[in-house]
Design a protein around this ligand. Structure first.
Ligand SMILES: Nc1ncnc2c1ncn2[C@@H]1O[C@H](COP(=O)(O)OP(=O)(O)OP(=O)(O)O)[C@@H](O)[C@H]1O
Ligand SMILES: [Mg+2]
Length: 729
């Protein structure tokens, strides 16, 4: 080992097996270990070590992470460790790496450099069009169902022809037709969907030996984080790139494989040793993240999955507090409780940024958000209706897209009549048909003499395209993205139309557009040599987790899926009920194992403080679930002595006819508890105890028990509301 002091410093703060993985030289390397054992840290240090020792140049490194946020964190840490910028290094997601490859070589596959990346919504719009063209009944064959079938085929590297070979039912026959047309339409639009980024890169590497040689010679060192969630096409891509040198280091945890529904194949990690019999295998067993109690709880849950590799995780962080389990009357009480808890923690000096709230599905966030907003608690939400999915943002982005990709018919149809210009569906179809029949770009068709177009439509199309042509000239003149966006919003009348609406919604949309202008200004400042095409690529690749801001004052809300790889000192998981988590669909399909792995991921995000809540009723006023619930089986898999829940609350579930009165009783017993002067306590309420002083109600339990956290010593006590000398403040 080189005796350079900087290298020693790099290896310090690593335990022996971690160090072993970091200094491993050439050849395949597998790090298989449980949550929080430092897998990501090992990858980061390994990159820094390769650079520091001179074994690798930055341009020879390709490191794949699961999100863009994880990528930028990894790059920052590496730069910190090696003490210099390493711009030539590729640290990015699979999709970003593929997009970059394709920009350089897309022409070989018949695309231009300016190809558009379609997101899920664009994809569905195009599928819908294909379904219409094929006269398929969209009620029986929904665009969403088609999309998932097509995506699944692509992730398995099955072309429309491959798919057709395997057709077994009428449904699949229809999928085959739609898939075939969809692919042709995509190509004609010079566009790729997300799955295509991978598929086309694999095509490129398979078909062009010289491209493959170039990349596999360039990337001599390849690293992959979260390897348990790679799918077949990603596996193949890695195989093509590492074929010659085999310097592939992967890290993962089979217990955290949670993307099976998207085609991720847990076998990729389990079979790594079969693929590479000479692989150096490192196991990490010390967890540096969580308390022993949290780890024991997570291990107890995951041990219910059969076929899971056993790993012995231990920590010297200490035992820590018990896992808090709270039963709530309904989702509103649950939200009130969590909100009150957040406020209590903040009062105690905790930063909101240290707190995260996880849930199984996006829809669960709304009630919680309402409560947080009302209580004035700053929060950020990862996922849900994402900024870039809002209609006005999509419109603006599509304007930019059409300016750089004149072949993009989907972009054209999105913007041609937005704002309204009297260009109906028929006129737009005429333009597209004209482009197809004449072999022209959509842009050229739109400025051509189109047969059969009504005079009014012809005029407005002319006006629209002359505005667009003016804008395009400015694009070609190298105008900065922000300037162009602003001009575009003015000159196309988009802004004016919103202003004329004079509604609160329109105001919100204008504000969102202003936010987009800020995004472009930032882009221009950071990329003096950038261009619209690159800007569009950047935002197309923004995954959910990227909207996270390192803002001191915000609580973070997200789905359990988005929480992967992250850690927070304080974690709440809400909705711990069967049907919610595990999700009802998984229960029906008998696929609980993946849900359990998701539970393992969620529990192991917590560093010192973990609270799990469930509601006895959910969705009382409409909603798909509605009615009484059963607490999650995952809660029962946590040994009671690791939690603070002493007695099991087996209230017994009522017959359907009694739901209303039962709900009333639950209300009385769990959500409010009477105090001595006849009034009631509510969660979050300030109270004063004649001996213990001031406190806040943090929980209410059946039997008139009120849980109070006292300000004086920070203790939390359960009191009998009827007897304790407790009053509201
Ligand atoms: N040897 C070590 N000494 C001190 N802290 C460490 C050490 N190894 C890891 N850590 C810390 O432990 C935490 C978990 O590490 P890391 O995120 O790399 O784990 P992981 O195995 O990638 O977890 P996950 O499975 O959740 O992705 C981080 O805060 C990291 O800095
Ligand atoms: Mg990790």
């Amino acid at each position: 080992m080189p005796a350079d002091a900087a290298i020693d410093a790099l290896l310090e703060g690593l335990n022996p097996p971690q160090r072993d993985a970091v200094v491993h030289g050439e050849g395949p390397l597998l790090i298989l270990a449980g949550a929080g054992s430092g897998k990501t840290r090992v990858l980061t240090h390994r990159i820094a070590y390769l650079l520091r020792t001179g074994q690798a140049k930055p341009s020879e490194i390709l490191a794949i992470t699961f999100t863009n946020k994880a990528a930028s964190e990894m790059r920052e840490r590496v730069e910190l460790l090696v003490g210099r910028a390493t711009r030539a290094m590729w640290v990015m997601t699979f999709h970003a790496a593929c997009a970059r490859m394709l920009r350089a070589d897309a022409h070989r596959l018949g695309y231009t450099r300016q190809f558009t990346i379609y997101d899920s919504a664009d994809q569905r719009r195009l599928i819908k069009k294909c379904l219409d063209d094929l006269d398929v009944d969209v009620k029986r064959f929904t665009p969403r169902a088609m999309q998932s079938q097509i995506s699944d085929a692509k992730n398995k590297l099955r072309s429309p022809e491959d798919y057709r070979q395997l057709v077994g039912s009428f449904f699949e026959q229809t999928v085959a037709d739609v898939y075939d047309l969809y692919e042709r339409e995509l190509h004609r639009s010079n566009a790729m969907d997300f799955d295509d980024l991978l598929v086309r890169s694999v095509n490129l590497l398979e078909m062009f030996q010289e491209v493959r040689d170039r990349y596999s010679a360039a990337f001599r060192w390849i690293m992959v984080d979260e390897y348990q969630d790679t799918n077949h096409v990603q596996y193949r891509w890695l195989q093509l790139l590492t074929g010659d040198h085999r310097n592939l280091a992967v890290v993962g945890d089979d217990a955290q494989s949670i993307y099976g529904f998207r085609g991720a194949d847990i076998k990729n990690i389990l079979n790594f040793e079969d693929d590479y019999p000479d692989a150096h295998v490192v196991k990490l067993e010390q967890n540096y993240r969580s308390t022993q109690t949290i780890l024991d709880a997570a291990n107890a849950v995951i041990s219910n999955n059969r076929g899971q590799m056993t790993k012995h995780l231990w920590t010297d962080v200490g035992e820590g507090d018990p896992v808090r389990v709270r039963e709530m009357a309904d989702e509103h009480a649950e939200s009130r409780f969590v909100t009150a808890e957040v406020n209590r923690l903040v009062d105690e000096g905790v930063s909101r940024a240290e707190i995260a709230i996880f849930y199984r599905t996006n829809a669960q966030s709304r009630v919680l958000e309402d409560m947080l907003v009302r209580a004035g608690v700053g929060y950020q939400i990862i996922g849900g209706t994402k900024f870039y999915e809002r209609a006005e943002i999509k419109d603006a982005v599509n304007y930019l897209t059409f300016l750089v990709n004149p072949q993009d018919g989907t972009a054209f149809t999105r913007i041609a009549n937005s704002p309204r210009r009297g260009l109906g569906q028929t006129s737009m179809s005429r333009v597209l048909a004209h482009a197809a029949s004449m072999g022209m770009t959509v842009w050229d068709a739109a400025i051509d003499d189109i047969p059969g177009l009504a005079t009014a439509a012809r005029k407005s199309l002319e006006r629209f395209m002359s505005t667009m042509t003016r804008l395009k000239e400015r694009v070609e003149g190298g105008a900065p993205v922000a300037q162009l966006l602003q001009e575009l919003l003015e000159e196309t009348g988009y802004k004016e139309a919103l202003e004329a609406e004079r509604t609160i919604e329109a105001q919100g949309r204008l504000e969102n557009l202003e936010e987009l202008v800020r995004v472009t200004q930032e882009y221009d400042a950071n990329n003096p040599e950038g261009n619209i095409g690159e800007f569009l690529q950047q935002i197309a690749l923004l995954a959910d987790a990227d909207t996270i801001r390192d803002d001191e004052g915000l609580v973070t809300l997200m789905t359990l899926h988005n929480a992967k790889g992250l850690e927070f000192p304080i974690v709440f998981i809400i909705g711990m009920e069967d049907g919610t988590f595990p999700h009802s669909r998984s229960i029906e399909e008998g696929n609980i194992d993946e849900e359990r792995r998701l539970a393992y991921v969620g529990l192991t995000r917590a560093m010192r403080d973990l609270t799990l809540t469930y509601a006895r009723r959910r969705g009382a006023f409409g909603g798909s679930m509605g009615g009484p619930t059963i607490r999650s089986r995952f809660l029962d898999e946590i040994p009671r002595d690791l939690t603070d829940q002493r007695q099991r609350l087996s209230a017994g579930f009522p017959a359907p006819g009694r739901v209303a009165s039962w709900a009333g009783a639950a209300q009385a017993s769990a959500e409010v508890a009477g105090d001595t002067d006849g009034s009631v306590f509510r969660i979050g309420e300030d109270v004063v105890h004649s001996k213990l002083g001031e406190g806040v109600v943090t929980g209410l339990e059946p039997g008139g028990i009120v849980v109070v956290r006292f300000a004086g010593d920070g203790s939390e006590r359960k009191l009998m509301a009827d007897y304790a000398p407790l009053k509201r403040r």
